[in-house]
Design a protein around this ligand. Sequence first.
Ligand SMILES: [Zn+2]
Ligand SMILES: [Zn+2]
Length: 277
Amino acid sequence: MPLTQYACSHCGFWQPWFAGQDPIGCPVCMDVRNALPPDGWDFRTAGDLTGKVTTRWAEAMPGIVGFSCEPAFGLGSTGWLLLREEGNIAFEGAPFYTPEALDEIERLGGISILAGSHPHGFGALWQLAERFDPTVVIHRDGLRYTKAFRVSWPSDDVHALAPGLTMIATQGHYEGHAVLHDARDRALFCGDCLKVDLDGEGRPVALSCHKGFHYQIPLSHDEIRRYRAVFAELDFDHVFTPFEHAAGVTRAHALGLFDRLLAGAPSTRPFPLESLA
Ligand SMILES: [Zn+2]
Ligand SMILES: [Zn+2]
């Protein structure tokens, strides 16, 4: 039977299912970390989204282009494209790529390596895999969420993606959750290790951590200790979550947050940035 890719309109997660027949559910929404869609399942194909959802792109920093959707679809993720002479790297995905967005990526040099932190940031990675045939790197513990695309390089805990670009497993928020450190740009693509609260002008004002955001489930102390051990080795002045670029969030802020969380009962509450470093 032919398969079709379906996106859950509540969270944006894509999965292949039988053509003409909605999937039986969305594994991400059924997980304890997410809420169920209040009005029941609503699955969309790429054909359904064409003409209704537009992909926008903008350079967040020199050589780092963010792709997102308008209107927002699913959780509203942003896919980051790192432009490199030795081959571009895509980390995380927009929920949907229009043909114009895919053509723009082609014009920018295509994609050599495709990777992601965890399912909330995957977006439509399958579209990028199909169009550009990159090496697809996902941590081996995250493979259960990758049915929409073929992982060609399951990674271990530390994986050199390219010169100066290292993917490191943090676990915690999701099984197989991994961050990408960009030494050249002093940036950390931190997945959902950090939730950044922004003010009206897009400036970061507070940081928090969670296992599950919708139900405010905290991480355990051992999970925070692992985050701390990973982050302590990485120098950065910027973070890129699957949702935003937060300039000025540094390693000192992250370590400050982890130390505050380790000093008390597990919590998802945000701490003001100025109190952390
Ligand atoms: Zn879903
Ligand atoms: Zn997440």
